[in-house]
Design a protein around this ligand. Structure first.
Ligand SMILES: [Zn+2]
Length: 434
């Protein structure tokens, strides 16, 4: 009421000041109503006995006060403390009922913190929460809550994977998905010094600055556009990722593909950059799939090959690149290999680069039949890998100056995968059901 009176007294119209002032007033009023609603929750004598983990009946020690930050602001909450006469453990049934055990942040505030903290730096997230929702939290606060939810979401996802793994392949599944794509990729996450001790890397002195996060996405395709290019089903992409071994990641990506309908797919396509671990993963988990080396990675290798073959002649290098890119598009990898082999340079170092690039083409040629893939109306890579997998890490974990621990990075990667896969609601509901 005071805010309204103050607003009415002011002569000059200032909508922004009025709306923000009113929002704060409405929030403050709402917080008082909320306090009244909470009154009595987990307080007084409970009908059911409160039991300890050790099995003994716990005894009430009277009310204890706790301040909880909600989306309406701070509220005071009084609830009974129970302790165990045998082992001394304590419980707050009121906190359990409200989902605020061990935290002074309400579920509503925590979900917002995770959502914003998964999208922006923790510093920016704290600023956005203040501006957008009038919620005052610190950078550290956002970090703790966002990472906590990321870790918990990973446990939830791991349980789900275990169920999928145990279920195995169902029989007589109707094939209702025309094409299901599985993509895998790796990208470096900048790490703190401690996490990198003793690890070899690409730095000049042989040390490492990053560790590889493995990322994957699964999406489906039903149609092609007028020109015959593949079209991704809208909202069909889901993501997984972690800093972990290729073996563990393989199980993760396989489970995700099963969740997304692997057994219902008429055709399965695996797209990667030609890396060995992705080839192995595809062989192990998707032996029935069409495996494709991302066209843009293949092109990059051809470009590097041309640069190595014509180090002092940019014109020649560009001319061959154009020619071989066209060959690549039309599925003539063998021709590229043949023509490159006929041109072995004398310099030993250059010859080694050329050999390595030819080796890459040789090893992957059966996965570079781009003309065929196009004829079948399939994706041949690029956007799928770059815009798909890499945004999970690139847009959030690689900002300048960032240094992560494996634990922190994995928590935020799993949080981001859940958000980008539009699964936050599923996860949140599963927590309440548990
Ligand atoms: Zn006990």
């Amino acid at each position: 009421v005071r805010v309204v009176q103050k607003i009415v007294r002011e002569k000059r119209a200032d909508l922004e000041a009025w709306e923000l002032g009113l929002r704060a007033a409405v929030h403050a009023g709402g917080a008082r109503v909320l306090e009244k609603l909470l009154h009595g929750v987990g307080a007084g004598r409970s009908k059911e006995p409160v039991l300890c983990d050790c099995g003994r009946r716990m005894e009430s020690q009277g009310l204890r006060k706790k301040e909880v930050l909600t989306v309406l602001g701070r509220v005071v909450f009084r609830r009974s403390l129970y302790t165990c006469p045998a082992c001394g453990a304590s419980r707050y049934p009121g906190d359990e009922a409200l989902d605020i055990v061990g935290t002074t942040r309400s579920p509503g505030v925590r979900r917002l913190m995770a959502m914003v903290g998964g999208q922006s730096t923790f510093q920016e997230a704290a600023g956005q929460l203040k501006k957008l929702a009038g919620i005052l939290v610190s950078l550290k606060d956002v970090e703790r809550v966002a990472e906590g939810i990321g870790e918990d979401a990973e446990k939830w996802a791991a349980r789900e994977r275990e169920v999928l793994r145990r279920a195995g392949q169902p029989l007589g599944m109707e094939k209702s998905i025309p094409v299901l794509y599985v993509c895998a990729d790796g990208t470096g996450v900048p790490m703190t010094g401690k996490e990198l001790k003793g690890r070899k890397g690409k730095q000049v002195d042989g040390s490492a600055k990053t560790r590889e996060a493995k990322l994957g996405c699964v999406f489906t395709q039903t149609t092609t556009d007028k020109e015959g290019y593949a079209v991704r089903d809208p909202e069909s992409t889901s993501y997984v990722g972690s800093i972990e071994t290729a073996e563990v990641f393989g199980d993760r990506l396989f489970a995700e593909s099963v969740r997304r309908g692997l057994w219902k797919a008429k055709r399965v396509v695996v797209i990667g950059d030609g890396a060995e671990w992705i080839r192995n993963l595809a062989e192990m988990h998707f032996p029935f799939a069409t495996v494709i080396v991302d066209l843009y990675h293949a092109r990059e290798h051809v470009t590097d090959l041309c640069k190595a073959l014509f180090p002092n002649d940019q014109k020649q290098s560009a001319a061959w690149r154009r020619r071989w890119w066209k060959d690549l598009d039309e599925g003539r990898v063998e021709k590229i290999i043949r023509q490159a082999q006929a041109r072995q340079p004398r310099c030993k170092e250059v010859a080694a680069v050329v050999r390595a690039e030819i080796g890459y083409l040789e090893k992957n040629k059966s996965r570079m039949r781009y003309a065929e893939y196009r004829q079948d109306g399939l994706f041949v890579g690029s956007g799928v890998l770059e815009a798909g997998c890499k945004t999970i890490v690139g847009q959030r974990l690689k900002n300048s100056g960032m240094r992560w621990t494996v634990r922190g990075a994995n928590a935020i990667i799993s949080l981001r995968c859940m958000l980008k896969s539009r699964r936050m609601d599923d996860y949140w509901e599963s927590r309440l059901a548990a």
